[in-house]
Write a protein that binds this ligand. Structure first.
Ligand code: ADP
Ligand code: MG
Length: 224
């Protein structure tokens, strides 16, 4: 059997937030490998460190201790410019609150992360293809503020795909959606994973665990 390729490897990372005198250990010596093709789901109670872990994996933040490797390269001590490059080229991020720019159209939101990397024309073409993929080609000229929550999250998924990321991170992507929209969003993730995309998703919903090939549970910043 082929050994699975490790895309991201996390070794004993700890994250401590300091708020004045108060220190919160949000992650406590977490180790984890993310394999190519994974649909990894992270569960745990509120405040257990799920978002913090996703931020470290997605290079949005740095842990206080431990090491993180992206395809074998240590990324914590890299210059911020290098980390930004890696984020832009290799990682896609989807937030609970969509995080779209209200004043831009659906199409422009999807194009945005590719604008620094490629020509306007090819961004636009690719963004159109991706909006079609998530079933929103008819809404491409709507401002994102004119879209429903489910539609906004689909735009956010299309945006996360624009630079062909190696891993897609989603932090409670269905938490603000009604049941129908949540199912549609999950169906998109499932299809993407089937196509070979690696997905790491945080969820609160027990029934969403069925989508995972691996589940990890956090409690008090530790994997249990
Ligand atoms: P989850 O996503 O599982 O709800 P978080 O990763 O957001 O958990 O938070 C883990 C712990 O770290 C919680 O105790 C939370 O209050 C704390 N925390 C998260 N972000 C910050 C921050 N920016 N500053 C201070 N404490 C934080
Ligand atoms: Mg969270």
């Amino acid at each position: 059997m082929n050994k699975k390729e490790v895309l991201i490897s996390v070794k004993n990372i700890s994250k401590i937030y300091e708020l004045g005198e108060i220190k919160v250990k949000a992650l406590d010596s977490v180790s984890l490998d993310i394999y190519k093709g994974d649909f990894l789901i992270i569960v745990g109670r509120n405040g257990s460190g799920k978002s913090t872990l996703l931020h470290q994996l997605g290079l949005l933040d740095k842990p206080n201790f431990g090491k993180i490797f992206l395809q074998g390269n240590e990324v914590i001590n890299m210059k911020e410019k290098e980390r930004t490059k890696l984020r832009l080229n290799f990682l896609g991020y989807i937030f609970q609150e969509y995080a779209l720019i209200a004043e831009l159209s659906a199409l422009e939101n999807v194009m945005l992360p590719a604008m620094m990397l490629t020509s306007y024309k090819s961004c636009k073409h690719k963004a159109k293809t991706l909006l079609k993929k998530v079933g929103l080609e008819k809404k491409s000229d709507n401002l994102s503020s004119q879209l429903s929550g489910g539609e906004q999250q689909k735009v956010a998924i299309a945006r996360s795909l624009i630079n062909d990321p190696m891993v897609i991170f989603a932090d409670e992507p269905t938490a603000n959606l009604d049941t129908v929209a949540a199912k549609e969003v999950l169906a998109i993730f499932k299809a993407l994973n089937k196509e070979g995309h690696t997905i790491v998703m945080v969820t609160h919903e027990k029934e969403e665990e069925a989508y995972a090939n691996r589940i990890i549970k956090l409690a008090d910043g530790k994997i249990i």
